[in-house]
Design a protein around this ligand. Structure first.
Ligand SMILES: N[C@@H](CCC(=O)N[C@@H](CS)C(=O)NCC(=O)O)C(=O)O
Length: 294
């Protein structure tokens, strides 16, 4: 093993220069940095988010609920630019004391209800509309097990593998090895499961698929961290089959566009307030000829 190049001091201190790509937003303390109220639209559900995998889980579920005819799932999706520190505004911290997207405020009842953590938002919506979360105890247990598997596993994929492989200012072999091994192990867990059943929780499409797809489905398609070849993702053929099947769903395609600020301008719907926004307000349509997207 390589000689260590760093000896931790007795007391850690915050070195703002050493945070890599996220130096501007990472802090060792919680709480708001500035006053900023959250906007409120006219729909019962207000979502404050960004089109990262954790954000996409929720917009896919909302679009699936609307496709099923649940008009109460109409929502306003507001863009939170985490690279500009908007997650530290006082209003956002009121909705999510953990300062991370996604956060939701459900205004359909007499008092607004805040929900944070993407998994909790998925369960809240699935229970509210009685969809995509089985009621049979055994099927429900399987669905929730995979949902919590995702919430517990993805930090090793994103914060571990993705961070050290793609974002860290130095390439550390030990860290990349450790997390590449874990990322491949997780993909194998999923691949073996999807060899047994069409969907992650069994015969039916559930919130477990919606939570897992934006992370592991995208990884299987080589769309995360530019790591397709490095992790040899084509080996996970059951995950690929499932990832492609989900991508065919119109609601998944729509959900993936909401609050998206990267990629093809036609795939970016920065804010979603009406169903018609998908046809009229993507960045290719808002962008003036020769101009750049807002
Ligand atoms: N466990 C959380 C994770 C959410 C999360 O990590 N969000 C990231 C974007 S994907 C974020 O908001 N980061 C901003 C920050 O760390 O300041 C969830 O599932 O909702």
């Amino acid at each position: 093993m390589a000689e260590p190049t760093y000896t931790p001091p007795a007391v850690w201190t915050w070195n703002k220069e050493n945070g890599g790509r996220f130096a501007a937003i990472n802090r060792p303390v919680a709480g708001p940095t500035h006053d900023a109220q959250l906007p409120v639209g006219r729909h019962p559900l207000q979502l404050y988010s960004l089109g990262t995998p954790n954000g996409v889980k929720v917009t896919v579920l909302l679009e699936e609920l609307l496709a099923l005819g649940h008009a109460g799932a109409e929502y306003d999706a507001w863009l939170v630019r985490i690279d500009q520190g908007q997650q530290f505004g006082s209003g956002f911290v009121g909705a999510n004391p953990n300062s991370k997207i996604p956060a939701m405020v459900d205004r359909s009842g007499p008092q607004p209800v805040r929900i944070f953590e993407s998994g909790a938002i998925l369960v809240h919506l699935a229970e509210k509309f009685g969809a995509f979360l089985p009621t049979d105890p055994a099927a429900r247990a399987e669905c929730l097990s995979w949902l919590f598997w995702q919430v517990g596993s993805a930090p090793f994929l994103g914060g571990g593998f993705g961070h050290f492989y793609a974002y860290a200012p130095v390439k550390i072999e030990y860290a990349i090895d450790r997390y590449a091994m874990e990322a491949k192990r997780q993909m194998d867990v999923l691949d073996r499961r999807l060899a047994e059943s069409p969907y992650v929780a069994g015969e039916d499409y559930t919130i477990a698929d919606m939570a897992i797809w934006p992370w592991y489905g995208q990884l299987a398609k080589g769309l995360l961290y530019g790591a397709g070849e490095f992790l040899q993702v084509q080996e996970y053929r059951h995950v690929l089959r499932w990832a492609e099947q989900l991508m065919q769903r119109p609601a998944v395609r729509r959900g993936r566009m909401v609050n998206r600020t990267f990629g093809d301008p036609a795939s970016q719907l920065h804010e979603r307030h009406e169903a018609s926004d998908f046809d009229t307000r993507t960045q290719d349509k808002l962008q003036p000829a020769g101009g750049s997207a807002a």
